[in-house]
Design a protein around this ligand. Structure first.
Ligand SMILES: *Cc1c(COP(=O)(O)O)cnc(C)c1O
Length: 373
């Protein structure tokens, strides 16, 4: 920011109660942190192989099955390393030979790269579209279809759909899980990390798996295909059934995720969460459409994310706006670095109050008016 500029100070009436609008790590509810603190000496610092911790893992697994209304024969797997590690594990334990990938931003491209580089797999089929849009999957001669529920780098959302009755449908739902509904008929493996829509901390991956996905994991991880143990989904499956992870997890991440999932279920489940995110994101898109200086980056309304809103700015430097917001305690509104646009990226995850989102838009207007030449 131009240092000769005087800091623009927001009036108290425009300040959101909570200034965290980042797309991940994202706002963690203070109530969840208070519940964690209240466990005192009874949880953190105790063994992940004993019931105190295993009960929390079980609570998280059950809570997710309820939230997603999973059929009884689905299972929730978990392990360390977040979504990025899960891509590596999936290249061993879920893709048999050849996969199809929809790539339309940073995260969807990364999984495609993992698979392209894997010497034991065939060259994947990649269907690409420009950032700010999404491509569609097509039936093909592959054994796995890789989709992304919400492309966090661009703010594009797409409902997972099974393109063919053959092949597993693997959905990266890192920023959508718990915020946007999906149908278990359309998906075989719905995987994510909990530091985005699930308002927890990072370092963990979770995967809701259909019987077809479980069968694939058990077959590919039977010892015939070499894979490192930490990337072995068969080992993860065995541990998950005992409410454990292969190696030591971050207990905080597990507890906060379980708190969030219970809060969502108690508040009205997926329908409630989805409506709340839609309310927040609609405030932002309507504000941007009405503003002379802002426009939604995603032009096709049906592709606009309900949890990550990307807003192009005109006539004012988006970095100046984000920096001024940050100086006022409103953080992480910067656009995804590699997209390279004059843009704000504003999260509207379920933990974020819709009333705070309205104040955020008013704060941005206040700042833009004062930054204009
Ligand atoms: C954040 C994100 C990832 C990466 O998650 P990590 O837990 O940091 O590995 C992958 N996919 C999507 C869609 C994301 O939003």
């Amino acid at each position: 920011m131009d240092t000769s500029q005087k800091l623009i100070s927001l009036p108290d009436t425009l300040r959101p109660k909570d200034g965290r609008f980042g797309s991940g790590p994202s706002k963690i509810r203070k109530d969840a942190l208070d519940s964690l603190a209240a466990t005192g000496s009874r949880f953190l610092g105790t063994s992940h192989r004993k019931s105190t911790v295993k009960n929390q893992v079980h609570r998280l697994q059950n809570g997710l099955s309820d939230l997603f209304q999973l059929p009884d024969d689905w299972e929730i797997l978990l392990g360390n390393g977040g979504t990025t590690l899960f891509w590596d594990a999936a290249s061993f334990g879920l893709i048999e030979n050849r996969s199809q990938h929809l790539t339309f931003g940073e995260f969807s491209s990364k999984f495609a790269t993992v698979v392209s580089d894997a010497p034991h797999l065939a060259t994947p089929e990649i269907i690409e579209s420009l950032p700010g849009t999404h491509p569609l999957s097509m039936p093909s001669n592959v054994d796995a279809y890789a989709l992304t529920h919400n492309e966090t780098s661009t703010g594009v959302m797409v409902s997972p759909r099974r393109p063919s009755k053959d092949g597993l449908v693997l959905v990266d739902a890192t920023s959508a899980a718990g915020a946007a509904s999906w149908e278990s008929d359309e998906v075989d493996c719905y995987y994510f990390a909990p530091q985005k829509a699930l308002a927890s901390d990072g370092g963990l991956w979770l995967a809701a798996c259909s019987p077809k996905a479980l069968e694939r994991i058990e077959r590919l991880c039977d010892g015939n295909r070499w894979m490192p143990a930490s990337l072995n989904l068969g080992i993860a499956l065995t541990n998950s059934r005992q409410h454990q992870t292969y190696n030591t997890p971050a207990l905080t991440t597990i507890f906060l995720a379980a708190e969030m999932v219970d809060w969502l279920n108690q508040s009205g489940g997926m329908a409630w969460s989805e409506a709340r995110c839609r309310e927040s994101s609609s405030s932002i898109y309507s504000w941007a459409e009405a503003s002379e200086h802002a426009d939604p980056f995603v032009k096709i309304e049906s592709q606009r994310s309900s949890v990550v809103c990307t807003i192009d700015l005109q006539g004012v430097d988006a970095d100046d706006v984000s920096n001024t917001l940050r100086a006022n305690g409103i953080v992480d509104t910067e656009s995804y670095r590699k997209l390279g646009r004059n843009q704000l990226r504003l999260a509207t995850f379920p933990a974020i109050e819709p009333t705070d989102v309205v104040l955020l838009c008013q704060s941005i207007d206040y700042i833009i008016e004062r930054l204009l030449p």
